[in-house]
Design a protein around this ligand. Structure first.
Ligand code: GYE
Length: 335
């Protein structure tokens, strides 16, 4: 259990009670941590309210760990909320943070639209907001201070460009199925767009089916089963994240096909399990999306709290992996 903040999940009152008891017993033990709850008067410490999307993927778990670890390192008191992939939960959490008068609010918006009202409330309360990982489509850019995260369009484009190169000698149609991320989310919208733009270079490359698997393994498996039933010839799978690709592997194997051979598989993220599948020859290409945003985020939190100017956009540095590159990178991969 981390000591930098309070974790509020929505598993019901029992979980909250248990967590409360645990926190009390930790405090009662006179635990020697120097964390925020036991390490001093707490005065002057920056309080960050963070609303996380959920725990839908390996990427998300690594991102949550990064944020908690970095907050602890930076001496920032973290109020962490898990929204279980529901926008209404995120709005509630943000309103809660406003009521608690936290110093800074950061959140990873599950979908792009529908944030103006709550962001306006934060602005009126003079609490700066940082968008983390995913963007919002608000026209009023003054509703948040900065947006730190990846270029999702580029990830889609790099995936598509790799495929165009692989299939440059194809003489007939190449049938592609696409597993989209959460409907309405920035990474789903942008990855779809970047990929479509890139594959337009070769009219043989055709998306024959495209549906959301909600960024989860279960979703990827279920939708891939439907794709396989409905489409006798599938040459390529483009999955918007590793987890859906990993779920799809089960469906592909169960259908008697060999992943990575009968069906070329492209995914995004490059978390450990994805990289393992790539090194094992089951995936063919991954565009990386780094979840390790914690340190940069804490830096931005300190700056906006101090009233310093911050860039409107902070982009994460990323790369891509082939099977050979995955084999080389795996031993030192951190997440
Ligand atoms: O690619 C996916 C996760 O927003 C970049 O969300 C993130 C995406 C990531 O569920 O695995």
């Amino acid at each position: 259990m981390r000591k930098t903040g309070t974790t509020i999940t929505r598993r019901g009152f029992g979980a909250i009670l248990a967590a409360g008891l645990m926190a009390t017993s930790l405090a009662a033990c006179g635990n020697s941590d120097t964390g925020s709850e036991s390490g001093g008067d707490g005065d002057g410490q920056i309080v960050l309210g963070f609303s996380q999307v959920g725990a839908e993927s390996g990427w998300r778990t690594a991102n949550t760990n990064s944020i908690k670890e970095s907050a602890e390192k930076a001496g920032i008191k973290l109020q962490f909320d898990d929204a279980q992939q529901k926008q209404e939960n995120q709005i509630k959490a943000i309103r809660n943070f406003i009521q608690q008068k936290v110093d800074v609010i950061a959140f990873s918006p599950v979908v792009e639209s529908g944030w103006d009202t709550v962001l306006k409330e934060a602005k009126d309360a003079k609490i700066p907001v940082i968008l983390t990982d995913r963007a919002v489509d608000s026209a009023d850019k003054s509703l948040y201070k900065t947006f730190i995260g990846s270029d999702f369009v580029k990830e889609g484009r790099l995936s598509g460009e790799w495929l165009v190169e692989q299939k440059k000698d194809a003489t007939g149609p190449v049938n592609i199925v696409e597993l989209q991320g959460t409907t309405g989310s920035a990474p789903a919208n942008d990855r779809k767009k970047g990929f479509a733009e890139a594959i337009a270079a070769n009219p043989n490359l055709k998306i024959v089916a495209s549906q959301s698997g909600d960024f989860t393994r279960a979703g990827g498996k279920q939708v891939m089963e439907q794709f396989l039933k409905a489409n006798p010839k599938i040459d390529v799978l483009f999955a918007h994240n590793d987890d859906m690709g990993l779920g799809a592997l089960e469906a592909i194997t169960a259908a008697g096909k060999v992943p990575g051979k009968d069906i070329t598989i492209i995914t995004i993220d490059a978390v450990k399990d994805g990289m393992q599948a790539l090194a094992d020859g089951k995936f063919n290409f991954i565009a990386e999306c780094s979840p390790l945003l914690g340190d940069q985020l804490m830096d931005l939190v300190k700056k906006v709290k101090a009233g310093e100017e911050v860039p409107a956009r902070v982009e994460t540095q990323e790369t891509t992996f082939t099977q050979e590159q995955a084999k080389a990178a795996l031993p030192t991969r951190k997440y």
